[in-house]
Design a protein around this ligand. Structure first.
Ligand code: 5AD
Ligand code: SF4
Length: 458
C-alpha cells in the first residue's frame, strides 16, 4: 500500500489480460469497478495488492498459459508474505470454477465473465475469510446494471460492449458455454457510454460482441422505439458529436443483414473494415461445424458488402484440421481465400475442447497434418496481407493518431482499414485525425508522411 497521510491509501492493481477484445474491454471495466475502492493500476504484479488474471479458454494453449502464469504469481504472493490477492476472471474461471482453486490453491477468488461487478463484494468477503470465493452465475443484465455508467477514456479509441454471449453453438467452440446466451445491451446505455467517451476526446469506438451483429433492441422513445439492429445503432451513434469512426467486431455471416450491409454504404463513420469469420471454405466442414451457411453464401455476403463499400477491407478467422477435414476440404478453404482476397486473417489449428460436440467426433487429425495445412494457409494469407498493405502506397489516408512511435519524433496511428501507420509529426497531433501520404508498407504496418495539418491542430 502507498499514499501520504492526507491521501486515501492507494492499493495497487495489476490486470493481466488474455484472449479476445471482449476480455480487453472487461479488464477496463474491472478497473472501473475497483477504482472507487482505492485501487490504482501498477506496472508489475510484484508491486500489486490485487492481481486479476483475465483468462481465455478458446484453445488449449490459451488455457495452459493461465496455469503457468498462476504458478509464477504463487511465488510472488509467497514473496509478498501473502499480501497479494489473486483473482482469476474470464472464461477459464467460468469453465473450470472450483477446479481452478483446487489446482492452484494460491488463487483467492474466481469470477466468471458475468460476475465481475461482484468483485468488490468478493474482495471484502475474502479479507474477512468468509463466504464464497467463487462467482460464476450468468446474469448479464444484472452485470450491466451494476457497472458504473460512465467510463474513463484511455486514448482516442475505445471499446464499447453492445452484445454478449452466443447461441450459435459452433461444434468446436466453448464460448456458448463460458459466455452464456446472446444478450444485447440497452441502446440508452450504449449511447450514454459513448457520449461519456466522446466528451473525453474519444474519436473512434469499436462496438464489441461475441456475435456483435446479432445485436438488437428497442430504439430510444424519441427515435420511435422500434426494434433496432446493428446498422441502425451504428447510424445513431455516428450522430454523437466527436465520434468520427465506428467499427464492430466480431460478426457472424448468419447475422449479416441487408440493413447492416446498407449502413456500410450510407454511414461514412462506419469504417471500411469487416471482420467476418468463415472458419472453412468446405461446405461439408461448415456443416460439421454447425456454422449454418455455405461457402457460396459467404462469398455472396462479401460481394454485397463490397458493392455497398467498394474499398472495404475484409478480415476473417480460419480453423484448419477440424475432425474429418480432407485434403479436398482444405483446398476448398485455400480457394475461398484466393477468391476473397483478405486484408488480414487469423488462422488456428483445431484444438479439441472438452465438452464441445467436435471433441467427440471421429477423424481427429495428426498434429503434423494440421501443422502443414496451417503453414500453407498462413503463407497465402501473409502474401495477401502484404499485397493489401502495399496497395496503399501513394494514397493519402486519414489516420487517427494514437500515440508516440518507437523512434524520436515519430507518431503512430491507424488507417481506416485498421493498419498501423508510422509517420514523423509532433506529439500535439495525438488524438486527432490527420492526412498521411503512404510511402512504404510491410506485412504489419505502413509508413507515411504527414500531408497537411491546420495550425489549430499544431
Ligand atoms: N480450435 C481452434 N480455433 C478455435 N477458435 C474457436 N474455437 C476454436 C478451437 N476449438 C477460433 C475461431 C474463432 C476464433 C476466435 O478462435 O476461428 O473465430
Ligand atoms: Fe464460437 Fe461460433 Fe459463437 Fe463464434 S459464433 S463465439 S465461433 S460458437
Amino acid at each position: 500500500m502507498t499514499g501520504t497521510p492526507d491521501e486515501k491509501p492507494m492499493k495497487g492493481l495489476f490486470i493481466r489480460t488474455y484472449g479476445c477484445q471482449m476480455n480487453v474491454y472487461d479488464s477496463e471495466r474491472i478497473r472501473d469497478v475497483l477504482r472507487p475502492l482505492g485501487y490504482a493500476p501498477v506496472d508489475s504484479p510484484e508491486s500489486a495488492d490485487l492481481v486479476v488474471v483475465n483468462t481465455c479458454h478458446i484453445r488449449e494453449k490459451a488455457t495452459e498459459k493461465v496455469y503457468s502464469e498462476l504458478g509464477q504469481l504463487k511465488r510472488m504472493k509467497e514473496a509478498s508474505g501473502g499480501r497479494m490477492t489473486i483473482a482469476v476472471a474470464g472464461c477459464v474461471a467460468q469453465a473450470e470454477g472450483e477446479e481452478l482453486i483446487r489446482r492452484q490453491p494460491a488463487v483467492d477468488l474466481v469470477l466468471g465473465p458475468q460476475a465481475y461487478h461482484k468483485l468488490p463484494e468478493m474482495i471484502a468477503r475474502a479479507s474477512r475469510a468468509i463466504g464464497d470465493r467463487l462467482e460464476t452465475e450468468f446474469d448479464t443484465v444484472e452485470k450491466f446494471d451494476a457497472l458504473p455508467k460512465t467510463r474513463e477514456a484511455d486514448g482516442p479509441a475505445a471499446f464499447v460492449s453492445v452484445q454478449e454471449g452466443c447461441d450459435k453453438f459452433c461444434t468446436f467452440c466453448v464460448v456458448p458455454y463460458t459466455r452464456g446466451a446472446e444478450m444485447s445491451r440497452r441502446v440508452d446505455d450504449i449511447v450514454f457510454e459513448t457520449r461519456s467517451l466522446a466528451s473525453q476526446g474519444v474519436r473512434e469506438i469499436t462496438l464489441l460482441g461475441q456475435n456483435v451483429n446479432a445485436f438488437h433492441g428497442p430504439a430510444p422513445v424519441l427515435e420511435g422505439g422500434e426494434d433496432w439492429r446493428l446498422g441502425q445503432l451504428c447510424r445513431h451513434l455516428s450522430k454523437i458529436g466527436g465520434i468520427e469512426r465506428i467499427r464492430y467486431t466480431t460478426s457472424h455471416p448468419r447475422d449479416m443483414d441487408d440493413d447492416l450491409i446498407a449502413a456500410h454504404g450510407d454511414t461514412p463513420a462506419l469504417m471500411p473494415f469487416l471482420h467476418l469469420p468463415v472458419q472453412s471454405g468446405s461446405d461439408r466442414i461448415l456443416k460439421a461445424m454447425n456454422r449454418g451457411h455455405t461457402a457460396d453464401h459467404y462469398r455472396d455476403i462479401i460481394a454485397r458488402v463490397r458493392a455497398a463499400r467498394p474499398d472495404i477491407a475484409i478480415a476473417s478467422d480460419f480453423i484448419v484440421g477440424f475432425p474429418g477435414e480432407s485434403d479436398a476440404d482444405f483446398e476448398a478453404t485455400m480457394q475461398l481465400v484466393r477468391d476473397i482476397g483478405y486484408a488480414i486473417a487469423y488462422s488456428f489449428k483445431y484444438s479439441s475442447r472438452p465438452g464441445t460436440p467436435a471433441a467427440e467426433m471421429h477423424g481427429h487429425l495428426p498434429e503434423s497434418v494440421k501443422d502443414e495445412r496451417l503453414q500453407a494457409l498462413q503463407s497465402l494469407l501473409r502474401a495477401q496481407q502484404t499485397e493489401f498493405n502495399a496497395s496503399q502506397i501513394g494514397k493519402t489516408l486519414p489516420v487517427l493518431v494514437t500515440g508516440k512511435g518507437r523512434n524520436e519524433g515519430q507518431m503512430h496511428g491507424r488507417s481506416p482499414y485498421l493498419q498501423a501507420v508510422h509517420f514523423d509529426g509532433p506529439e500535439t497531433l495525438n488524438g486527432q485525425i490527420v492526412d498521411v501520404k503512404i510511402v512504404g508498407a510491410s506485412l504489419n504496418s505502413l509508413t507515411g508522411e504527414l500531408v497537411r495539418v491546420t495550425e489549430a491542430a499544431l
